[in-house]
Write a new protein. Structure first.
Length: 621
């Protein structure tokens, strides 16, 4: 019989496995689950070398898997960014901005790059340019708001060089005062490239600090229960140059998340050449369970980008989009490369599907994994077309941040099925959940789970009727097992199941029973990847790996380490943490519990049958 290296007991494990949905104990060896079930069943895999942790009734789930995250790009910049995720008031946000401006040395900027909306603030409004200039009169400040605008203070305007003579770029506007001088407001009309190109003018971190930044970002994601992510590439993220840091961390075995990465074309008009080069360099699935290639996208051709700025009218795609997209998709299908494609509006999706169906008639997709990202307004007819081609849809919680804007433009009735996740599931379509972080929505998976379960935006606006909301079990399934399809890893991860990868999270609160509003505040108290603990908090803190100092020391992450929280995490009101010692009796079994809350040492169980199953014959505790 296999001997487990680690066993977790006395838990409430929701396995996302229909055959065995609940368990109280799990056993792990060589990075996989080797037993899942009752303590009596699992303890058969223990001997004196097994580490055993009593989790004292804490709720456990499979590790969360974000099907659409800009992790690699976000990691390179994480230590540069002041995050406003979850900050409850504009006054708090401006205070954080002012404090960081005082700490930030020249020529560095203070950057707030997405993850927030004015509707989360008690004041229910954006900061004004005057407020930003007062908070940071001398340090350049760049604040990105969704896909629609960016706010720059006067110091930042000077650094980027925008003057009354600077022309507006195509699809963007530099807002000006009555004298023609830039005010500091940049507006997407509706192309966000002006916003991102301006952000790219800021200083970068040196390589050593990019490595540290990426590790800090992974730790933050681990804190929120993430164990896997599918990286969707991004603008200004070139392969292989901008993948050097993540590749180095993989080589050194320092990744604490599993990453499947897609390649995003960077050169308008030369997209085919990009993918021809990459298909010669890589094969889908190349790599390991920690770092593997996943195909093409989310940008396949620039002419197929439908910008999701709901403050502006829906843009029509260029007339020549179909020909350009067909050339790329035909090349990808010929080389059996999975692909993903950004698509917001049903009108765009219809035209894209025309292309896919044409290619499929010549070169059958035949089980090739492909999918749309976002698909906020897709219709049931197009859902059926996606299904017929064997595709899926990766859904993100962008509407939790933009629902108010969508309702203002298209009406409350239209917002009730945006996106129609329940209809996708009714059609038996593969669906995976994610965030599209970091530049717009928050990377917090619990915000996304709250959105689908409650049907409400971050600002509290009710969006969905009961038939469009998901129950908690289904929403969790889409964040775990569901997302595994999108990296062709179904059956390998996403469940607490014998033979699957041992990625697991213990939660600060019971997701299945807390009030809906409390879902937003859930985080991990213990995150495990490949059977190894990569994050621990609360009473489990002694099991945590050593902390990594933040570089540079002025980084916003030093004082504001990620998503806002006002209290330390607890699990079910009291967290027990096992410190493993050897039995003082003759049998030598390695089990002992230290209850942090009560500051006393207690046995993991007083049941002699339990100790007997463990192999202890003396009950010397």
């Amino acid at each position: 019989m296999n001997t487990a290296s680690l066993i977790l007991t006395n838990g409430k494990f929701h396995t996302v496995d229909r055959e065995k949905p609940l368990a109280t104990a799990v056993a792990i060896k060589d990075g996989k689950f080797i037993a899942v079930g009752s303590e009596a069943e699992v303890m058969q895999f223990a001997d004196i070398s097994t580490q055993i942790v009593d989790v004292q009734g804490t709720t456990g789930i499979p590790g969360l898997n974000d099907s659409h995250l800009h992790l690699i790009r976000g990691g390179l910049n994480y230590n540069l960014e002041l995050r406003w995720e979850g900050v409850p008031s504009l006054a708090d946000a401006l205070r954080l901005l002012k404090e960081q401006a005082l700490r930030t040395p020249s020529p560095q900027w203070v950057r707030v790059v997405g993850g927030w909306t004015e509707f989360q603030f008690a004041e229910r409004r954006m900061p004004t340019l005057d407020e930003i200039n007062a908070a940071a009169p001398d340090t350049p400040v760049f604040i990105l708001h969704l896909y629609d605008r960016a706010l720059l203070n006067r110091a930042a305007l000077r650094v980027v060089g925008y003057t009354r003579d600077t022309p507006n770029p195509p699809g963007g506007e530099i807002q000006r005062d009555s004298n023609g001088n830039p005010t500091g407001m940049l507006i997407a009309r509706p192309n966000a490239m002006l916003l991102y190109a301006t952000l790219a003018k800021g200083p970068k971190l040196p390589l050593e600090q990019q490595v540290n930044s990426t590790r800090q970002f992974m730790r933050e994601l681990n804190r929120l229960g993430l164990t896997s992510a599918i990286d969707a590439g991004g603008g200004f993220q070139n392969y292989p140059d901008d993948y050097a840091v993540i590749a180095e961390l993989h080589e050194k075995k320092q990744l604490t998340l599993r990453i499947a990465y897609n390649l995003f074309t960077q050169r308008p008009g030369q997209e085919v050449e990009d993918f021809e080069k990459w298909t010669d360099m890589l094969k889908p699935g190349q790599g390991t369970d920690f770092y593997r290639h996943n195909g093409a996208g989310e940008m396949l051709v620039f002419s197929a980008a439908d910008f999701e700025d709901f403050l502006e009218p829906r843009p029509d795609l260029a007339p020549g989009m179909e020909d350009e997209l067909e050339r790329v998709v035909r090349h990808l299908v010929e080389h059996r490369w999975p692909f993903r494609l950004h698509a917001t509006y049903n009108e765009s999706i219809s035209r894209m599907l025309d292309v896919f169906e044409k290619v499929n008639s010549d070169i059958p997709f035949n089980g090739l994994h492909w999918f749309f990202d976002h698909a906020e307004t897709i219709t049931e007819a197009n859902i059926e077309r996606v299904k017929a081609l064997g595709g899926g849809i990766a859904v993100q919680h962008r509407m939790a941040f933009q629902g108010e804007y969508f309702a203002d433009r298209y009406g409350k009735e239209a917002v009730k099925q945006t996106p129609p996740v329940a209809k996708m599931l009714n059609a038996d379509l593969p669906v995976g959940l994610g965030t599209d972080a970091t530049r717009v929505a928050s990377y917090n998976p619990w915000t996304a789970l709250y959105w689908l379960v409650s049907g409400r935006t971050v600002g509290g606006m009710a969006m969905y009727d009961d038939d469009a909301r998901l129950d908690r079990e289904t929403a969790l399934m889409l964040w775990t097992q569901g997302s595994s399809w999108f990296s062709s890893e179904q059956g390998k991860k996403g469940q607490i199941k014998v033979g699957q990868l041992a990625d697991l999270v213990l939660l600060s609160k019971d997701y299945f029973s807390v009030a809906e509003e409390e879902i937003k505040g859930i985080e991990s108290v213990l995150t495990m990847v490949d059977g190894k603990i990569v994050y621990a908090a609360g009473g489990f803190t002694p099991l945590a790996p050593p902390a990594i100092p933040v570089l540079p020391d002025w980084s916003p992450v030093v004082n504001v380490p990620g998503h806002y929280r006002s209290a330390p995490p607890l699990a079910n009101g009291r967290v027990g943490m096992v410190q493993v010692h050897q039995c003082s009796g003759p049998c030598g079994v390695h089990v002992h519990s230290h209850d942090v809350a009560r500051q006393s040492s207690v046995p993991v169980s007083d049941d002699n049958a339990f100790w007997g199953a463990l192999g202890c014959s003396c009950f010397a505790f």
